[in-house]
Ligand binder design. Structure first.
Ligand SMILES: C[S@@+](CC[C@H](N)C(=O)[O-])C[C@H]1O[C@@H](n2cnc3c(N)ncnc32)[C@H](O)[C@@H]1O
Length: 301
């Protein structure tokens, strides 16, 4: 190979590593097992597309290979970005596993991948967080169902907020553990959640409220009729007004227990503050009037 070609290849490799710097966090098999068991019925007979999954590293591939006969989807297709243009498509059907080359880079938004996307019923993956907004846009534009691992902080993105508030984007059942890096070590990565457009059985998610509003003197945000609750466990059972909770509350959000009213800003459109200090990344919730309040069912408002 000529010097020019070698340095071009090295540059492409470096570009790829740089581009993927924050994207190489792999989902652990136990997290996939715990979450996907809840969707088996919904996935029966469906075409599933994992479009950010290199079959050599992705545990989604292992999961569907091992569970194909239990879930009985129509097929499961895997592609992933390969900047050297040696992208592959892997298809699992009841007759076996087929590997083939595909045109282009295998990027989820390449011509070939979009063609597969159009043929799919549901997309299941952990996509690159650096492209998360664009990725959700693409699924939304193609009206595709999805089950994704994504950054918890994405709920404050302007385009994603309304999906969460309107329960079009549900939070999955389970809490993710650490990820794996490219060599298999455990790494924390960004706080993450399972997000899905599929229907969720919220009875599995309901959590018990045990604290009273009188347990610690109630604190309200400046100029807002919103109670500040700094830990989700402190959400009182005896208050039914607006409450601001940290976004980590989303891990426990049961849409039959609470409504999400707003994300990030208060009713006056400004960041929430306590004693003139901004409190970031809050979700404003309200308990559903018909929700079981827990702890003796007493209620003040
Ligand atoms: C967060 S990792 C997760 C990998 C795998 N889905 C999993 O859950 O273990 C995201 C993966 O997407 C790949 N990727 C980055 N950009 C991509 C693109 N434009 N199209 C498809 N895959 C991409 C990365 O190489 C990386 O392997």
């Amino acid at each position: 190979m000529s010097k020019v070609n070698t340095s071009l290849k090295n540059k492409a490799h470096l570009d790829e590593a740089r581009a993927n710097k924050n994207d190489e966090f792999y989902t652990n098999r136990e997290d996939i097992d715990k979450e996907l068991q809840h969707y088996h019925k919904l996935l029966k007979g469906k075409v599933i597309y994992c479009n950010c999954d290199d079959y050599r590293w992705s545990k989604f591939y292992d999961y569907f290979k091992d569970n194909f006969d239990i879930i009985k989807p129509k097929k499961v297709i895997f592609t992933c970005l390969k900047q050297d243009k040696k992208a592959k498509k892997i298809v699992i059907t009841k007759s076996g596993i087929k590997k083939s080359k595909i045109e282009g880079t295998g990027s989820y938004d390449s011509k070939e991948s979009i063609k597969i996307l159009k043929s799919a019923d549901v997309v299941i993956t952990n996509p690159p967080y650096s492209l998360y907004r664009e990725y959700i846009d693409l699924l939304d534009n193609h009206k595709k169902d999805y089950l994704l691992v994504g950054p918890m902080g994405s709920i404050i993105y302007r385009d994603i907020q309304p999906l969460v508030i309107d329960n079009k984007m549900n939070i999955g059942y389970t809490i993710l553990g650490p990820f794996r890096d490219t060599v298999g070590n455990k790494v924390l990565g960004a706080p993450s959640l399972w997000f899905t457009s599929l229907d969720i059985d919220t009875s599995v998610k309901h959590f018990e409220l045990t604290k009273s509003i009188t347990d610690s003197g109630p604190v309200f945000y400046d100029d807002e009729n919103i109670l500040s609750v700094s830990k989700y466990r402190d959400i009182p059972y005896d208050y039914s007004g607006f409450m601001g909770v940290p976004i980590s509350f989303m891990r426990h959000f049961d849409r039959n227990q609470f409504d999400i009213i707003k994300i990030r800003k208060g009713f006056n459109g400004k960041d929430l503050q306590i004693n003139d200090k901004v409190v970031f990344n809050r979700v404003i919730i309200k308990r559903k009037t018909n929700a079981y309040p827990n702890k003796n069912s007493k209620q003040k408002s």
